[in-house]
Design a protein around this ligand. Structure first.
Ligand code: MN3
Length: 242
């Protein structure tokens, strides 16, 4: 669910006479999403302050996105697997990779809530304050080989992200043959489920950008390139290739 800035203002001023940001922080909008997860899956802390990606990603969006949306995926995943010790003992990567082998009763919850947990865990660690230089060395050459140039990779990722109808993600992945590709997924689906290896995901759910960019998804995607940590992406590429 998304709120316009005006709706947030109204909520804030209706709640108290405090300035909006203080009232907003003090009053959870969604009580069920702020309950402490009971495990085994836990919400990782943001690896930087909520305002670290300003002005490209605003602090309020980061706070709501992490503290409420990601937290809800964790809480709901834990609830879905509460009575299944075998599944609870597996890693989230393993569950998502083998989604089609899971019991039908929990498959959808793992796909949606578990996918949300996995996707966001990797999302936060794909960025850093000020971003990084474009990838160089071996990874840079692999990108040039696959896409023609780094600029063309950015174009492909942007087109994929803008082209997602409704909620989803655009990914830089390795396909089953180890080839660098750009691909979209719907909702919280992750490339692991189709035998691919995700290296970088761009979240294009409206909750990722609507407060600052409203309907201008392309502006959000253009802005997010300013804060991508290509060193982290390169590290995933190296790890995936063994
Ligand atoms: Mn999200």
């Amino acid at each position: 669910m998304n709120f316009t800035r005006r709706q947030l203002l109204e909520l804030g001023s209706a709640a108290t006479m405090l300035p909006m940001t203080r009232a907003f922080e003090a009053r959870p909008l969604f009580a069920q999403t702020t309950a402490a997860p009971t495990g085994p899956f836990t919400l990782p802390p943001l690896p930087y302050p909520a305002d670290a990606l300003e002005p490209h990603i605003d602090a309020q969006t980061m706070t709501i996105h992490h503290d409420r949306h990601h937290a809800a995926y964790v809480t709901n995943l834990n609830a879905a697997l509460a009575n299944d010790p075998d599944l609870k003992s597996r890693t989230i990567d393993d569950l998502i990779r083998h989604l089609d082998t899971l019991p039908a009763a929990v498959r959808r919850a793992v796909r949606n809530q578990g996918g949300g947990h996995l996707n966001h865990t990797s999302f936060w660690t794909s960025f850093k304050k000020g971003g990084s230089a474009p990838p160089g060395a071996e990874f840079g050459r692999a990108i040039d080989q696959a896409f023609g140039s780094f600029a063309k990779l950015k174009d492909a990722l942007t087109a994929s992200a803008v082209g997602v109808f409704g909620s989803g993600w655009a990914w830089l992945s390795l396909d089953g043959g180890g080839k660098l590709i750009v691909e979209p997924t719907g909702n919280q689906d992750n490339p692991l489920t189709t035998g691919h290896h995700p290296l970088l995901g761009i979240d294009v759910w409206e909750h990722a950008y609507y407060l600052k960019y409203q309907n201008l998804r392309r502006d959000y995607v253009n802005a997010i390139f300013n804060v991508i940590d290509w060193d982290a992406v390169q590290e995933r590429w190296r790890t995936a290739r063994g």
